[in-house]
Design a protein around this ligand. Sequence first.
Ligand SMILES: [Zn+2]
Length: 364
Amino acid sequence: MKNELLLLKVCNNYIMDKSDSLNQFDEEFVCYFYRSFNKETLPKEKKLMTDTNIIEVTYSGEESVACEICFSLNTHRFDIRPGLSYFICRSCNHSSIISKSQIEDLFRSSQDKYFGENSSINLGVEGFLEKQGTNQRQAIFQKFFNRQLKVLEVGPGAGSFLRWICSKGHHVTAIEDSVYLAKELSSVLGCEIIVGEFEHCSLPENSFDLFCSFHVIEHVLDPRAHLELALRYVKPGGLAFIATPNANSWEQRLFPRLSPNFDSAHLRVFSQKSLRILAQDVGWFVLYEKTPEYSSAWLRVFSKVLRKFRGEDEEATAGKYQINQSFSRKMILGLINLFSFPLRFLQCLFKGGNEVFIVLRREV
Ligand SMILES: [Zn+2]
C-alpha cells in the first residue's frame, strides 16, 4: 500500500494529530504502532492488543480499519441499511460495527430494548425454539461433566439453560445486567442472581468449574475483558462455554443483508476463527468447537424479508415476529423444524450453522 497516512485514530478517543502522520505504512507497522501507543513495553506478538478495539486509518480520502481481533488491515466496509454498517475482516471474517463514538449508547439502548421492562422475553414458558438451543447446551454439558459443579452464567436471558442447570443441583451464580430480568429470574429459579455488568462485578477468583456466556460476547463493549475475567474466575482446569452468532453461517454467506447476525445490538460478529484467536490470545485453551444451527436463524431471515416487503423499520418492529405459543404457530414451527432438518444437519456438518459454540479450558 502506498497511501499517505493522514490521520490515525484509535477508537477509545485517542486521536493523533497530523504532525504524527506518516508517509507510508503497512499492516505490521500499524500493529507495531498500535502496541507502542497502548503499552509502555512492547509485546512480542500481535496478540497483546489491550483495551481498545479498532484502529481507524484515514488516508488519501479513503478509510480503512484494522480488524479488532487479528489486526489485519485487509478489511472492507459493508453497509446493511442506513445507520448500520460493519467493517468486515477478509482475513478472519470478523465484523465490527461502525459507530464513531456511540458504541456505549448502542449497547445501552439495545439492553433496554431487549431486556428492559417491556421486553418480549417470556420467562414462564420455554418455547419450541429456545428448546433447541437448551438441548444443545445440555448435550455439550453432559459430554464434559458428570459431577456437581460451581457454575457462573453471565446474561442468562430467559434462563432456559439456567433453569436446567439449577434443577440438576449444581451451585449456580448468575449475573444479569437487567434489573427487571434479574428479579424475574430469581423469583422463578431461586438461584443467586447478581444484578450488574459482569465486567464490573467482583467475584472470588479461581472459584468456578464452569463459566457460561451464551450470546453475550457480541453485545459487550470489550470482548477481550469478558474472556479475561472469565479466565480469572474459573479454577485451573475449569471450562468456559461461549456461544455467539457465526459470521461464516450459510445465512450470512448467502444473504448477508438479511443475516440475523447484523443487528444494531450486535457490536460485532465473530467467526469461528476470530473467536478462537481471541480466546487463545487471552490464555484459554480451545478444547472443542461446533457450529450448531437452529430453526430460529432461518425464521429470522424470513422475518427480515417480510419486514422489507411490508416496508417496516427493523428497529421499530424488533420482536414483532417472535413466535408466540398458539397452537397454529406451534404446528407451523413443528413442520418447519421437521423439513429443515436435512439443511440444518448439513450446515452443522460443514461449519455453516448460525452459532459458534466453543469450549475453552483454563490450563492447570
Ligand atoms: Zn481479522
